[in-house]
Design a protein around this ligand. Structure first.
Ligand SMILES: Nc1ncnc2c1ncn2[C@@H]1O[C@H](COP(=O)(O)OP(=O)(O)O)[C@@H](O)[C@H]1O
Ligand SMILES: [Mg+2]
Length: 414
């Protein structure tokens, strides 16, 4: 007890001396909402000016927020609603804030069930008719003089999956209630959404409308700087790191979420490399890392038919075919289908899969005219062969494609 172990001492010192990058990693999470949102004063002010009537016994107009991802819509809506609800506490105007992400809750039933929960009405997981759940919610809410403000985030996901019904019900509820009141805040990242939704629903949902323009690089810099100060220990990053993340984020349609994620991954890379400084080089590594991950996720979720098409192009390339034409791909594809027991689709369907792969930057292609034989496409992989192989071998749960990963197509045999 008296003489400390020099060995353990050294271990402790090693840990104590290991460089610390993060002070508060959570500050870089995408769901973190800071108390201040630089460059969104106008939007905050407008939201407050609309929702203020909630504190005066009125019913705020419905608001529709739209703009591309990472423009601060969710953050602005949540921050304002949080502030209004906290001001409302202690007054005699009960205000129930409710946030629903329609990416997670995308059926009418699940949304109504979640709203019921907010006012302590239990609804079973499944089993009731949706109309019944709606009535329970409406009657429950109407049992007292109160206001519910509902944020429906990524509301396009709801409409795409389940149609306009719930939105229609909720907008209509405004007139249906006698004592209680309800206000809606709809948010979408999808700029085409307005043309897809039922015009009647749109006009009641967007009594007020707020557009969020993408951030410019200089604006992203302020945003990143604020978060970096919260997240990192002082002095562990070069300012160039902020500028570079901001520049990349600005190129990606001014997306603050991407820029923040890039900053976080850069910090994590410095941390795993046991360095005491985050550098621009880490940002570059982080970008590659993220890109690769995005591509892998996309590849993993491809249907088996599409994977088989990719597999065919891969096999042609690793076996040394110099120029790969559509016809070659279809030959190899047909051969693989025979071996692994997959239905062989038509050339036309295969062409759709090829288009999808091109669109996502997995392969590239050039149109080639063959005179009176019509046109064909010459294609090649745009990502490393190794990356394709890894996905085909490891990620395919059925293991079907794994068995033909070293297969040499007949047309390439000597
Ligand atoms: N003006 C801002 N100031 C600080 N952080 C912001 C700002 N705008 C967006 N963010 C942050 O960027 C990320 C993405 O913002 P978010 O509100 O989710 O965008 P959207 O909902 O438009 O896709 C979140 O972590 C958010 O906190
Ligand atoms: Mg959002």
């Amino acid at each position: 007890m008296d003489t400390p172990s020099p060995k353990v001492d050294a271990m402790i010192d090693k840990y104590l001396e290991a460089p610390q990058i993060f002070k508060n990693r959570e500050a870089l999470n995408h769901s973190f909402v800071p108390d201040e949102l630089p460059h969104r004063d106008k939007h905050l002010d407008r939201m407050v000016s609309i929702l203020i009537s909630a504190l005066r016994g009125g019913t705020p107009s419905n608001i529709f927020l739209y703009g591309k991802t990472g423009a601060g819509k969710t953050a602005v809506a949540r921050l304002v609603l949080r502030a209004i609800a906290s001001k409302g506490r202690g007054t005699n105007m009960p205000l129930i804030p409710s946030y629903i992400n329609c990416n997670q809750f995308s059926t009418n039933y699940s949304i109504l069930r979640k709203l019921c929960k907010k006012i302590d009405i239990e609804v079973p997981f499944t089993g009731l008719p949706t109309d019944e759940v709606y009535s329970r919610f409406r009657d429950g809410l109407d049992s007292a003089e109160q206001l519910m403000i509902i944020i429906l985030d990524e509301v396009d996901k709801l409409v795409n999956k389940s149609g306009n019904d719930v939105l229609y019900d909720l907008t209509r509820m405004k007139v249906d209630l006698e004592r209680a009141r309800v206000s809606l805040i709809g948010i979408t990242n999808d700029l085409r959404f307005k043309s897809q939704i039922d015009p009647r629903v749109l006009s009641s949902l967007s009594e007020e409308e707020l557009f969020f323009a993408p951030y410019k690089a200089t604006e992203l810099q302020t945003i990143l700087e604020q978060r970096a100060k919260m997240a990192f220990h002082p002095g562990v990053y070069d300012y160039g790191v902020i500028t570079l993340c901001a520049a990349i984020g600005a190129r990606e349609h001014g997306d603050a979420r991407r820029a923040l994620h890039l900053l976080k991954v850069s910090g994590e890379l410095a941390e795993t490399q046991k360095l005491n400084k985050v550098t621009e080089d880490h940002v570059k590594q982080a970008r590659n890392h993220i890109e690769q991950k995005t591509i892998n996720t996309f590849l993993e979720t491809l249907p088996i038919q599409s994977k088989t098409v990719l597999h065919s192009i891969y096999l042609l390339e690793v076996n040394g075919k110099k120029e790969i034409f559509s016809g070659d791909v279809y030959d190899v594809y047909s051969e693989i289908c025979g071996i692994v027991g997959l239905d062989r689709l038509t050339l036309r369907r295969i062409s759709d899969f090829v288009n999808e792969l091109i669109m996502h930057g997995i392969i590239s292609a050039q149109e080639i005219s063959r005179g009176r034989y019509g046109r064909t496409r010459r294609m090649q992989l745009s990502i490393p062969q190794e990356q394709v192989k890894k996905v085909l071998v490891e990620e395919d749960k059925t293991g079907r494609l794994k068995q033909v990963i070293d297969f040499v197509p007949t047309l390439l045999r000597p």
